[in-house]
Design a protein around this ligand. Structure first.
Ligand code: PMP
Length: 371
């Protein structure tokens, strides 16, 4: 039988038929506030140091990279000790090409056919995709009106569904909501009672933007062998283009991930970039304080104009509620400001940019929404 090149008969998995790839629009506009990037590019010094180390790595590119990226893991542990005050050993750290790949490794190791992954919506829209791609059953509980998770309801859902993986973004995307320590403790207790075991992943992609008094889940690792804390260099570090995510967990858990990773998944170039950047952590992250202040000011500004705004511990703000959010989104885009149409019906999400970005956003919103 001949095959039509335009409409080939491919054995695509049934659950993938008709699906579009995940991803926000990549448009060339002056104010990019749609994917929670850091608006500040690395400084000339940092760029020079990265370029130097990449050149050194390039000279050895005929060889495969260190498959266990030991030096990078030690550097990441050193960074977390400073950032969160939690001392971790190198074999408690794992890294991959963005925390997206970190999450995929977790689902490959701990999910799979006949197993369940559970989260609480609204949350990061890639989570169901990791589940789908690993043939893991996907279950979602609901967050409350204020986007928090009710600890007792969460514990009951975990007991009823017996997931092998629970995914909790803290701060949550797209709402910005941090998970209180008490809620996490109740969830960890419930997970510890799941027959066969349950891994709880706290996705702290935006962890560095947390407000005073909010603690990282890293503090709980010492007593919780089934806890994973995931981080990324994409947000606070301003290195989204480098694709470096990592996690901290018990050594036995990290060891399990080594089985599912592709050999040499982290290129020598990626390792060199990440290590050079980590040497400049304070410089790269110098803007965090101003981004936090900019976020808090924006929350207040939006509330002063009568809008609903979710509490945010991240570098973005979810606000609404609009009868026609698409019209608002389009109106902003027409004025050179790209934000994200995401979250519950009627809400929109804006990333925190430079002061110039925020002025452009506010001016455009006043016009478009008639504030
Ligand atoms: N987790 C959350 C909650 C996110 O919002 C994102 C990126 N938008 C990621 C993980 C993945 O980020 P990366 O792969 O760049 O580390």
């Amino acid at each position: 039988m001949t095959s039509d090149l335009a409409r080939p008969s491919l054995p695509l998995r049934a659950e993938l038929v008709g699906l579009e790839p995940y991803g926000a629009p990549q448009l060339d506009v002056p104010h990019l506030l749609n994917v929670n990037e850091n608006p500040y590019a690395p400084s000339v010094d940092v760029v020079a140091d990265i370029a130097h180390d990449v050149a050194e790595a390039a000279a050895g590119l005929n060889r495969y990279p260190d498959r266990d990226f030991r030096a990078l893991r030690a550097d990441l542990a050193g960074y977390l000790a400073v950032e969160s005050g939690v001392e971790l050993a190198e074999d408690q750290i794992w890294a991959a090409n963005g925390s997206n790949e970190i999450m995929l490794h977790l689902l490959q190791a701990f999910g799979g056919p006949g197993r369940t992954a559970l989260s609480f919506a609204p949350t990061y829209s890639m989570y169901p995709e990791y589940a789908r791609d690993t043939s893991t059953r996907w279950v979602v509980g609901r967050r409350a009106e204020d986007f928090t998770i009710d600890p007792q309801a969460a514990a009951a859902l975990i007991a009823a569904e017996a997931p092998s993986v629970v995914l909790l973004a803290s701060p949550n995307n797209p709402t910005g909501t941090a998970l209180p320590a008490r809620t996490l403790e109740v969830i960890l207790d419930a997970a510890a009672d799941v027959p066969g075991g349950c891994v709880v992943v706290v996705d702290e992609a935006y962890g560095e933007f947390r407000r005073e008094g909010v603690r990282s889940a890293l503090h709980l690792l010492a007593d919780r062998p089934h806890l994973v804390v995931s981080r990324t260099m994409s947000k606070a570090f301003g290195l989204a283009g480098a694709r470096v995510g990592y996690l901290a967990a018990a050594p036995a858990l990290v060891d399990a991930l080594r089985v599912v990773r592709l050999p040499y998944h982290l290129s020598a170039v990626t390792q060199a970039v990440a290590r050079a950047a980590l040497r400049h952590a304070p410089a790269l992250m110098a803007q965090i304080g101003s981004l936090r202040a900019e976020r808090d000011a924006l929350v207040e500004w939006l509330r002063d104009r009568g809008l609903r705004v979710a509490e945010s511990d991240a570098n973005f703000v979810l606000f609404g509620v609009f009868d026609d959010r698409h019209a608002i989104w389009q109106g902003l885009l027409d004025r050179g400001v790209l934000i994200r149409e995401t979250g519950p019906e009627g809400w929109l999400r804006v990333s925190i940019g430079t002061p110039e970005d925020m002025t452009a956003f506010k001016d455009a919103l006043v016009e478009v929404a008639g504030l």
